[in-house]
Design a protein around this ligand. Structure first.
Ligand code: ATP
Length: 209
């Protein structure tokens, strides 16, 4: 009997803003693979009553709270976007907690292997915690088009958001595997299915060791 608590291969899924991370993660989930979303975990660790929220208020002031006591994420994003020192400070509060909670969630999630969605996987040093880095990629013009179609706003704003992230080249350089999401969803799904077969084999080999 395999030990249900034993670590299974962890696949880190990343990509630029609106590249299709959630779309690809959903395709893995449809195959029955546990998907852990670190955006959800990031919200949990800074929820009211959590120590991280108290530390954020101590560092940045009570203006970053909404009337109901929850974090005003938009205000916080604007604040750290404008100042790299503030951003590092915020990351120092959040990243260790996000990592710890992600690993605890993964330890309970089971599955033959797991997909962990980490938007800033390469930037945050989370790469050390996963067995393989998968980058969802699409050409920047298409990325901008999808970002605008989904969230509205203007092209200059979309460009600023994309420029604030790691470059496409740097992200691709950190990839073990690239999913090309520049085309039709059916083409993306075919790549996900092929990867799924490969990861099932890797998981099977790991259990046999
Ligand atoms: P974020 O960085 O904001 O979390 P994301 O990387 O998770 O975004 P998605 O939300 O999956 O990206 O995709 C961005 C938008 O592009 C969505 O509206 C999605 O429906 C659309 N989209 C994703 N893949 C494709 C595709 N292959 N063809 C057309 N539209 C797509």
């Amino acid at each position: 009997m395999p030990d249900p608590e034993a670590a299974v291969p962890r696949i880190g899924l990343t990509g630029g803003i609106a590249s299709g991370k959630s779309t690809v993660a959903e395709m893995f989930a449809e195959l029955g693979v546990p998907v852990i979303d670190t955006d959800v975990i990031a919200r949990q660790v800074a929820a009211p009553g959590e120590p991280a929220l108290a530390e954020i208020v101590e560092a940045f002031g009570p203006d970053l709270l909404q009337a109901d006591g929850s974090l005003d994420r938009r205000a916080l994003r604007a604040r750290v976007f404008a100042d790299p020192a503030d951003r590092h400070r915020l990351e120092g509060i959040l990243h260790p907690r996000i990592r710890a909670r992600t690993l605890a969630t993964a330890a309970r999630a089971g599955g033959p292997y797991q997909v962990i969605v980490v938007p800033l996987l390469v930037e945050s040093g989370f790469t050390r915690l996963v067995d393989e880095v998968v980058v969802v990629d699409c050409p920047e013009a298409e990325q901008r088009r999808r970002l605008l179609a989904r969230d509205g706003g203007d092209a200059a704003q979309a460009d600023r958001m994309m420029a604030a992230q790691l470059s496409r080249e740097a992200r691709l350089a950190a990839a073990d595997t690239v999913i090309d999401n520049g085309g039709e969803l059916s083409e993306t799904r075919a790549q996900v299915h092929a990867l799924h077969r490969r990861y099932l084999e890797i998981a099977r080999d790991a259990r046999a060791d």
